[in-house]
Design a protein around this ligand. Structure first.
Ligand SMILES: [Fe+2]
Length: 299
């Protein structure tokens, strides 16, 4: 029974990193508002290049610009993740510089607890209306899912809503009803095929991830994108990290480093492909969309 271990791990990071626990499987870190605004600025700059739209400091206007560009799919996956390309990987590295700094801030009271750091967070646009090609995908994040199904059982999710309609377009979490069985966290190439697990889960009410906070949750907290009727678009970051002596699925290991690199200072991430290139494949079903081409370069 690993559920107890999972609860203990949430308690441990909450205590050591001085977080705020909101559920036995979920805890959160409040980002310094000044830092958050700067981070948001870089994300907007990155999105403006990826979608070829005007930058605007005003979130509402900027979301409108994003919505107008929803058919520009050159650099967007069906799940709404932005794929970095060389034409704008300088802007991508600004985002990653903030990302590295943020994780350093979160873990600074006990850095050793963070065992694996992922250099490729997903910067995601969740349009108010789902993109058509995502609707029936086996790995659509609109299906309730555990990232354990593609990453192995022991990681943790890290989710930060940045701007847009985060009230009506956000994440819904679920928890085990009674007994927890390890088979709920089995590996699978399809979220759809794992929907049987939902018979043993129920919705967690009243926990809506807040803007400006890093929401950390155990893989046992199943989740999906929820959209209320007529909701607007939302921009967020989601990724995974590993606390404790656990490793991800072998096809994903190379997406992680054991120390947080100083990207933008003495490291640079080469996105490895141009916009005009045929989009790179993934190493395997379990891998990230950047897995074949992206490189971390140390100066
Ligand atoms: Fe997820």
């Amino acid at each position: 029974m690993s559920l107890k271990k999972r609860y203990n791990r949430i308690n441990l990071i909450t205590k050591q990193w001085k977080l705020k626990k909101t559920h036995s499987l979920i805890t959160r870190y409040k980002i310094d508002p000044k830092f958050f605004n700067e981070f948001k600025f870089y994300i907007k700059l990155y999105i403006s290049k990826a979608l070829n739209i005007d930058f605007n400091i005003n979130d509402k206007i900027f979301i409108k610009n994003i919505d107008k560009a929803r058919n520009n799919r050159l650099n967007i996956t069906p799940n709404g993740a932005i794929v970095p390309k060389r034409e704008f990987h300088l802007e991508y590295n600004l985002v990653l510089r903030s990302w590295c700094e943020l994780v350093r801030q979160i873990s600074k009271k006990k850095p050793k607890l963070l065992k694996l750091f992922r250099i490729t967070p997903n910067i995601r646009i969740k349009f108010g209306k789902e993109l058509n090609d995502n609707k029936n995908r086996e790995l659509s994040t609109s299906h309730p899912h555990s990232d354990a199904w593609v990453e192995g059982p022991w990681g943790m999710n890290c989710y930060i809503p940045f701007f847009g309609d985060t009230k009506n377009n956000n994440l819904q979490f679920y928890e085990p009803i009674n007994e927890f069985n390890e088979s709920y966290m089995a590996i699978s190439p399809s979220y759809k095929k794992m929907q049987w697990v939902m018979d043993y889960y129920k919705k967690i009410k009243k926990i809506i991830p807040l803007v400006g906070h890093v929401n950390l949750s155990d893989y046992a907290a199943i989740h999906n994108t929820f959209r209320n009727p007529n909701c607007g678009t939302r921009v967020s970051i989601d990724t995974t990290l590993f606390v404790g002596n656990y490793k991800p699925h072998k096809d994903r290991l190379k997406e992680y480093t054991d120390k947080i690199p100083n990207i933008g200072l003495n490291h640079f991430v080469d996105s490895g492909q141009y916009e005009k290139d045929k989009p790179a494949d993934k190493v395997s079903t379990y891998s990230h969309y950047t897995s074949k081409v992206l490189k971390l370069i140390k100066f």
